[in-house]
Ligand binder design. Sequence first.
Ligand code: ATP
Ligand code: MG
Length: 395
Amino acid sequence: MERVILIKYGELTTKKGNRKFFIQTLYQNIQKKLKNLDVHITKDISRMYVTFQEKDLEIILKKIQEVFGIHTFQVARKVPTDIKTIQEACLEVMKEEDFHTFKVETKRSDKSFPTPSLEFSRQIGGIILKNIENIQVDVHTPDVLLQIEILKGYTYIYTNKQYGLGGYPVGCQEKALLMLSGGIDSPVAGYLALKRGVPIDCVYFEAIPHTSLNAREKVISLTKKLAKYKDKINLHIISFTKIQEEIYKNCDSDYTITIMRRMMYRIMEKLSLKYKALAIVNGESIGQVASQTLHSMSVINQVTNMPVIRPVACLDKLEIIDLSKKIDTYDISILPYEDCCTVFVPKHPVIHPTLKKCLENEEKFDFSKLIDEAVETHQTIVVEEEMEDFSNDLF
Ligand code: ATP
Ligand code: MG
């Protein structure tokens, strides 16, 4: 008996004008996700159909769980529209389930099928009751809902649906650049941006020799986790050493973090132009540290007109941690390697910085050349989910 995975689209069904584009993007994303498997994918306006080899089912379902833009999915039996065949298939499906209560629902799109939907559901329910022990019908909250869709020529039979990730297919929006540090917050911010269909490149600022290659490895590992949701992610690595050293030498110590973040934003803006990205995404969360008070954010933000998206801005740290566990980045994020922000952290960072003082500090050294140099000399690694770990001596 043939089985097929039915995939129902997520929120995109509400966006009528863009529906075709959204479905096409989702289709391509699922194709990429299942590229090494022997599958055949077709689509129509309401859902997608994946035929597969039985031996691959488990891995396919796991991969489908990692694609944004899917509302629900289920494995359905596909049988010829013939009463006896449907009855037998329904019974077979239900015998595989572990349940006490059930309900049958029939949708009869093929009106030439002789039995009306309600009556057919009742008939099938009767057969199930007769053949399986210790079960009963519950039309309100059944353990198992058996659904039968009768179409012209063939019929789909399936039980409980599984929920997909929701969101929009990645690629439905324009590109953004994610500031990815080795911490807990920024990978979660990246995940949430991807969830809204935004394809991201990642940008990592490193300060070798003050930060180690292990710290870079960590960021690559985090990017690999995000690459589950977008088949390849460009990771741009910026050498931030000279800028940080000059900030440290020239600027007031309580302003070093504020100035450093203004420099990061300036570089992000230049990179965005280069890579045609329309927004910056980062893991800032209101009030979490001195540089994330609204005061600090406002002063730091004044170096750019680009939208800065902060998906975790209003989440508690514990909520961010929960998400990071869910997306499997937490254990990597808590590895103890120094980040460039932590290496140079002053004893008393300013909580209420002023623009005037930022500008005064920034006049003490000509940072513009170093900013251009950082942009020009950056390296890019294309990161894939299943990529081998890099060895340090590659760098
Ligand atoms: P995270 O847990 O993501 O490291 P955080 O709470 O440690 O965040 P900060 O170090 O102040 O916060 O950084 C705020 C945000 O700035 C980060 O979430 C990240 O988006 C960005 N950021 C900080 N350091 C770097 C870096 N070295 N490279 C790229 N982005 C960075
Ligand atoms: Mg950090």
